[in-house]
Design a protein around this ligand. Structure first.
Ligand code: C2O
Ligand code: CU
Ligand code: CU
Length: 462
């Protein structure tokens, strides 16, 4: 079995346009004849040029931002050796993957933290193809906020005929000179979360991303930010939503604007104009107004002579179908409860602002585990009634399972699969899933400051 370190280089060597080509998976045959996809991922301090007038001290996977794109193949083993060169403990969580609990990367709950200078071998099989991501699950405001976020692409057994374009969105809390502003402000953490001051797409401000002309494109948007909701739009009728949070949509539909909260993904299909030099802007919509975040630009394409037509649906993933008639229903209420309680440690103030079913997870580390929010029976179907009783958005995420969004009192929807549901203010929604993956799975808001100030818990499946 061979391993290799990912290519080292400055951020400029990893511009948006070159990212999709960096397929770094090493397929090598094991004794069983199955190919392995092997990586070494090192979390380490590095510098990156993000602001115009000064470098930023980031935390980078393999010292890079954007982090290396990890590619795995559906149904085949993926091995990643994680090396921690930070000066504090860390882990890697594989967001959206229905994996074995031992590989889920949550400190204390699923594994011991990987100490500074330590390493850990993550080895699992990805049952579902799609756009996923990876990040630590420790000291998250800082570790994610300073750059430890990366794309995990699981390729279909049979690759659909789309050209991949990865569009990773992340904001930074920087002063003009590239140094950090405080990553979290308590008064913002108690509201929608502390927004960044500098928006980047694949590590650059408003980049122009080269795409081949006359091709079927799969734009894989990943919201890798700690806080922000992006209302993604191309303001074109021919762009179609083909997957949400990694899960294919059975019947692709026209993208108007899609609210993509922190941690969420969106795959958009588009046929690029069959002519070089055409630019296609991509927007974050604020009501009727669009703020351009980046643009695509066609380059001549010698591969295709006949332009592509149609945007076929992606193959469905093997998600078990919930037995709704036999389901048990559980309710979860997400609430605001302002409290500033002085903590004993370092005379610091512990902030706890948010509750799930009247409980806050107040230990910022995970060292003292609370009781689970619920204990589910393995193999049974559950319906969760979710109620956001706050005036803010919350992207609510469940580890280790993919659920179906059944209905909402705020919008018409066709049931779809996801790992994260963005609850609008005061929204009530119903989700369902088969509890087929045993373990203790985190259930939390992906606005990192919300999770850090109470909006976090776990459910046990046994
Ligand atoms: Cu991206 Cu606990 O998850
Ligand atoms: Cu996750
Ligand atoms: Cu939240």
């Amino acid at each position: 079995m061979k391993r290799r370190t990912l290519i080292k280089g400055s951020a400029t060597a990893l511009l948006a346009s070159s990212l999709p080509k960096l397929s770094l998976a090493m397929a090598s045959a094991s004794k069983s004849g199955e190919p392995h996809y092997d990586y070494i991922l090192t979390a380490e301090p590095a510098t990156a040029q993000l602001a115009k007038s000064g470098d930023t001290e980031i935390l980078g996977f393999n010292g890079q931002f954007p982090a290396p794109v990890i590619r795995a193949k559906q149904g085949q083993p993926l091995r990643v050796k994680f090396v921690n060169k930070l000066d504090e403990p860390s882990t890697v969580h594989w967001h959206g993957i229905r994996l074995d609990i031992a590989m889920d990367g949550v400190p204390y709950l699923t594994q011991a933290p990987v100490p500074a200078g330590g390493s850990f071998l993550y080895e699992f099989t990805c049952p579902d193809a799609g756009t996923f991501w990876y990040h630590p699950h420790m000291n998250s405001v800082e570790q994610l906020g300073k750059g430890l976020v990366g794309a995990l692409i699981v390729e279909e057994r049979e690759r659909p005929d789309y050209h991949d374009v990865i569009i990773g969105l992340k904001d930074w809390r920087l002063k003009p000179d590239g140094s950090y502003l405080p990553l979290s402000l308590p008064r913002e953490a108690a509201r929608a979360g502390t927004l960044g001051t500098l928006a980047t797409v694949n590590g650059e401000q408003k980049p122009v991303i080269d795409v081949p002309a006359g091709e079927r494109l799969r734009l894989r948007f990943l919201n890798l930010d700690n806080t922000r909701v992006y209302n993604l739009s191309l303001r074109k009728d021919d762009a179609k939503v083909i997957a949400i949070d990694g899960s294919p949509i059975a019947q692709p539909y026209t993208l108007t604007s899609h609210a993509t909260g922190a941690g969420m993904r969106l795959d958009v299909g588009l046929i690029s104009p069959n002519k070089a030099g055409i630019e296609i802007p991509i927007y974050d919509m604020k009501g009727r107004y669009g703020i351009e975040i980046c643009r695509l630009k066609t380059i001549s394409n010698d591969k295709t002579t006949t332009p592509k037509a149609g945007l076929p649906a992606l193959p469905a993933n093997p998600i078990p179908t919930p037995q709704l008639d036999k389901a048990e229903t559980l309710s979860f209420v997400f609430e605001w409860a302002g409290a500033l309680s002085p903590s004993d440690k370092d005379g610091q103030v512990d902030h706890s602002f948010w509750l799930i079913n009247r409980r806050a997870w107040t230990d910022h580390s995970h060292q003292h585990l609370p009781a689970p929010l619920a204990t589910l029976t393995l193999g049974k179907t559950y319906i969760f009634e979710l109620h956001n009783a706050t005036p803010h958005h919350h992207p609510i995420h469940l580890h280790g399972l993919i659920f179906t969004v059944l209905e909402s009192d705020k919008r018409e929807l066709t049931p779809f699969h996801t790992d994260t549901i963005l609850l609008e203010k005061n929204e009530r929604a119903k989700i369902a899933f088969v509890a087929d993956n045993p373990g203790r799975w985190m259930f939390h808001c992906h606005v990192i400051e919300h999770m850090d100030t109470g909006l976090m818990g776990y459910i046990t499946i046994a």
